[in-house]
Design a protein around this ligand. Structure first.
Ligand code: AMP
Ligand code: GLY
Length: 430
């Protein structure tokens, strides 16, 4: 099969690495890819938002199967356009991708079908939203409220407000200001939930559900979960907090009813469904859905996956998941994100990264590129999150030791990482 992966991050490098290892894959392309992906796939300079360009590329290279990494193109209808062109695709239709593309859509779906999630209201009117914020009274200190832009906002559309002023500023920014564009013309204001967060993944073929292993991510930029939110600074799997019992509850109470509802409402979901869940004192509740693989969670999922991924991705697209099973390594996989100084606000671009060969030779380590480009022989930073140093080992401690040993062999003064990835798993005795 000739396969095209769409995207340019660490998630796509991990997907290309896994897909390229399949005996079913004869030729692998990636658009646009990055310096690391270029080692395992033919990279073609077509941007992820260029729907027509991607369809043309798939036709021109006689691609049999397209695997879409990021949410933007899916919400914009890339899977629909490829299907119309007769090309098989992994990734949901635009209608199904509303699960990520509109937070209000998902909240309303949860309400209609009794799916546990934070209590919420939706607003398009600033006065009504302001009045709602004021009704919160003086409870701020103990109970923040969460303000969310309805649409895609590159991970920046969620404000956990701990004062009335902060909540008012957030709704003003969204409903009146132009910081979020159309994505902010509607907001969700919701109850603050407490608990541990986990990333739960399932392949869904419209009807059948194949749960993958769970992972945990670290959203904040700094050690000890401090500083601004990011796309994710590191991840590990297994996630000790997602016990088999919790996984079954997430499936039964959140994922299955969602998949059934989407099919019943005429937008069957086909692709990977990524549920961000809060394990609250009263059970797992949905924080949000993503219509794609997690980044950096995919890096640890692909590392733990023993089975060939290609049949699973194909079965997801074809409606054949009922009889498919996947096998996983029992070991812990852990990835540490190395970001360019200044991330998440203003990452420094263009600095040279040295020592990649030595670092990738550490036992059990694979380095996925998240934001790099090649300049002759040199590899340069070309994004906020730049490298995902990933290790697998029999224990969390050893996986962590290996990842940081590799990082210490890198010569990249302009990069930084958190030094405490997987602290929760270690605290849990993992
Ligand atoms: P999201 O972009 O929806 O994943 O939100 C970003 C982060 O905000 C999540 O990973 C949570 O840490 C936090 N968050 C979102 N919604 C809530 C909520 N209702 N209660 C507590 N934290 C939340
Ligand atoms: N790591 C969280 C995400 O992919 O959205």
């Amino acid at each position: 099969m000739r396969i095209l992966v769409v995207g340019n991050g660490g998630r796509e490098h991990a997907l290309c690495w896994a897909i390229g290892a399949s005996p079913l894959c004869d030729a692998l392309y990636c658009a646009p890819g990055n310096a690391g992906i270029a080692d395992v796939a033919t990279c073609v300079e077509v941007g992820v938002e260029d729907t027509a360009g991607l369809v043309d590329l798939a036709r021109r290279e006689r691609i049999d199967f397209v695997v879409v990494g990021p949410e933007g193109p899916l919400v914009a209808g890339l899977a629909d356009r490829l299907a119309e062109a007769g090309i098989k695709v992994f990734g949901p239709s635009a209608l199904a991708a509303r699960l990520e593309g509109s937070k209000g859509f998902t909240k309303d779906l949860c309400r209609r079908h009794g799916i546990p999630t934070a209590a919420y209201e939706r607003f398009t009117d600033l006065d009504a939203a302001s009045a709602h914020v004021r009704r919160h009274g003086n409870a701020w200190k103990d109970t923040p409220i969460v303000v969310k832009a309805d649409g895609l906002a590159a991970g920046k559309g969620v404000i956990v407000a701990t004062s009335e002023a902060e909540a008012m500023a957030a709704i003003g920014d969204m409903l009146q200001g132009n910081r979020f564009g159309a994505a902010g013309s509607s907001v969700v204001i919701e109850e603050f939930m407490t608990g541990e967060e986990a990333s739960f993944f399932a392949l869904v073929d419209g009807e059948n559900i194949l749960p993958l292993v769970a992972a945990q991510d670290h959203k904040r930029v700094g050690d000890g979960d401090t500083g601004p939110n990011t796309g994710g600074m590191g991840a590990y799997s297994p996630a000790p907090c997602v016990t088999p019992e919790i996984a079954e509850r997430i499936l039964a109470e959140i994922v299955r009813p969602t998949v059934r509802a989407m099919a019943a409402e005429g937008a069957p979901y086909r692709g990977v469904l990524f549920a961000g869940v809060m394990l609250t004192p009263t059970g797992p509740k949905l924080i949000e859905y993503n219509c794609r693989f997690g980044d950096p969670e995919t890096q640890v999922l692909m590392t733990r996956l023993k089975s060939d991924i290609v049949p699973a991705l194909m079965a997801t697209a074809d409606g054949g998941l009922a009889h498919l099973d996947l096998r996983w390594h029992d070991q812990t996989a852990l990835t540490v994100v190395m970001a360019a100084r200044g991330y998440p606000d203003a990452p420094l671009k263009g600095s040279e990264i040295r020592g990649l060969d030595a670092a990738s030779k550490v036992e059990g380590v694979a380095i996925f590129h998240a934001g790099t480009r090649r300049d002759g022989e040199r590899v340069l930073a070309n994004g906020g999150r730049v490298l995902n140093v990933t290790a697998m080992a029999p224990t969390v401690e050893e996986a962590r030791r290996r990842a940081y040993a590799a990082i210490d062999l890198l010569d990249w003064p302009e990069g930084f990482c958190r030094r405490d990835i997987a602290w929760r798993a270690l605290a849990a005795g993992g």
